[in-house]
Every structure is written in C-alpha cells, then in structure tokens.
Design a protein. Structure first.
Length: 324
C-alpha cells in the first residue's frame, strides 16, 4: 500500500513538473485575415517551435489587436510579459529612436541593401540597445511589404497630398514623413482604420497590398496610388526578461525558427503582392502607377532631420552599412 502511494505521488509530481515546464506564450499581431503572409508565417513558426520544443513552448495566435494596440503590447514586453509580438521598427523606435531610421521613407533602394543592413554591426548595435531596454528580437527582417496610399483620389505628386488627413501607425518617422509631404497624419491602431475611413475621421490610409486587401479597405476607398514610400520589415519581438529565463536549447529554437520565418515571410510577401493587387482591382479599386516617386522621395527626405533623439550621424552610418 505504501509503495502504491509513493508511486502515485511520483506520478503526480512528474505531472506537475511537466505542466510547469510547458509554457504558453501569446503570439500577437494587428492583422486579422488568416490568408495574409504574416499570419501564415506566424502559424508555421508557432507549429515548428512547439514541435521542436517537445511541447514546452506553445504559441497560440491572438490576431486583430486582441491583446491591445502594437504600442501597448510592446510596452508589455518591456515589462516582462510572456508574449511574442509582430511589430515594426517605427513602433520600436519609442524605445530606441535610431530604429525609426529603418522604417524611414525611401530608405532602401532594393532588398539587397536591406539584407546588408540587417547583417551589419550597425544593426547588431541597435538591436542590442533594444534588448537592453527589455525587448529581444527573435525575427528581425521579414518583409511586410511596400506601402502605398489608399484614398478616393489619385496621389501622383506631393501636391496631391496637401491637407489630406491620413492614418499612419503610431510611429514618429511616419508622422514626420507625411507632415513633410504636406498631409495631416493621424496615428491610429490598425484595428481602427476601417471605421476611421468609413466615418470620414481620415481621408486616406497607407499600407501594403496585403493589408489593404486583407482588411477590406476597398469597401471604403477606391484608389490606391503606388507611392512605395516605405519598404516595411516586420519583427517578432519578445521580452528580454522572458527570453533570458529560457533554457539555452529553447532560446536556440526560437532564434533559428525566427530566422527561417523571416525568409519565409519575405518570400511569401513578394509572391503575393501581385495577387493582392489583382484582388483590389476585382473589387473596383484603381491602381495608380504613374506616381512621381522621385518627387516624393525628395520631399520626404527632411523627415529624418525632424526625429527627436536620433544619434548624430546614425542615418549616415545606416546608409553606409547598406552600401558595404
């Protein structure tokens, strides 16, 4: 009888240990449509992490800002929350202002330049500063897309944006970009964009093709102008405190799968852009291609000089890293 009790106690202890060893990590994004490349990439990442960790790490998805707007969730990470958040460098610049450069207007001429930057000592320095602020990057370089303007009129030159109220993310560099272009930027969470357009709170918005189609903004605005004002990269970010609490093998799994996720997201975004553009057209959206991108780029250049807190010379260092 005594042996039986001891055996039962051992089983209960093992069960309790196994339960404690398994950790649920909420995986958050602003996006809703399950067919968008970033959501598909998240699902694949979460599945591989759970499989490779033997179930020790489980990452259920929370889409559509269920955990709060991106800015709020990033602040939760800084405080040690057990969350992985899909975010971007404009949003992360609230912790390290220099990261806003990576989300700046017309920063990259092509993806090769971006790849050189993400592999550089400059990026390692900036991500290290972010980690010291409490936020660890698991995936750093997933292409989210080329961002364009959606409105009820064509935007071919900067003058067409004069006085236009446009929704932008809560990102200093994006606010300064559209101020420089003559618009009146308003920062709103992505989950509020559809209603803001529908009710006339804003005249326009800007996003990549996938987000424009995935959120059905074609129901409230019918003209997309290919300004290509930003090549946006997504990041998977988590709490430095949480990451450091994990065993080395689990840390390795997250980082290796994060690198793979970045490659997958970039590939999926490039492959799906044309299809999303066609979907917008099927819903009656006019795609304006004769945009004076050179004029936009020249006008937006002043945005970099208006960002508070930038390290002197950092914009030049970033550009130099892309050239090497």
């Amino acid at each position: 009888m005594k042996i039986r009790h001891l055996a039962l106690a051992a089983v209960l202890c093992l069960g309790a240990f196994g339960s404690a060893a398994a950790q649920t990590v909420r995986f958050a994004t602003s996006q809703v449509n399950p067919n968008e490349p970033v959501v598909k990439t998240m699902k694949a990442f979460a599945q591989r992490v759970e499989e490779r960790s033997g179930g020790k790490l489980k990452l259920p998805l929370f889409t559509g800002d269920q955990l709060g707007a991106q800015k709020k969730v990033n602040e939760m990470l800084k405080s040690g929350a057990r969350i992985v958040n899909v975010t971007d460098y404009g949003q992360l610049s609230q912790f390290v202002p220099d990261l806003g450069i990576l989300a700046g207007p017309y920063m990259y001429s092509n993806l090769d330049e971006a790849n050189r930057l993400f592999a550089s000592d400059v990026f390692a320095e900036l991500s290290g500063k972010l980690e010291a602020q409490g936020i660890k990057l698991i995936m750093a370089d997933g292409l989210f897309g080329y961002r364009h303007v959606i409105a009820n009129k064509a935007v071919r030159k900067p003058a067409d944006m004069q006085g236009m109220t446009i929704r932008v993310p809560p990102s200093p560099i994006m606010l300064e970009t559209f101020t420089a272009l003559g618009a009146r930027p308003t920062d709103l969470p992505w989950s509020e964009v559809y209603n803001a357009l529908q009710t006339g709170v804003v005249d326009a918005a800007e996003a990549n093709f996938g987000s424009l189609a995935g959120s059905k903004l074609y129901e409230v605005r019918k003209v997309v102008s290919m300004t290509s004002h930003q090549i946006m990269f997504a990041a998977f970010a988590t709490s430095t405190q949480f990451f450091n609490s994990l065993s080395p093998d689990l840390q390795t799994i997250l980082l290796e799968e994060g690198k793979r996720a970045g490659q997958e997201l970039t590939k999926a975004t490039l492959e799906s852009d044309a299809a999303y553009a066609e979907e917008l057209k099927r819903h009656g959206v006019e795609i304006v291609t004769d945009v004076d991108v050179k004029a936009f780029a020249e006008k937006a250049r002043t945005a970099y000089g208006n960002i508070k807190g930038l390290t002197p010379g950092m914009v030049d260092r970033v550009r130099a890293a892309m050239a090497n």
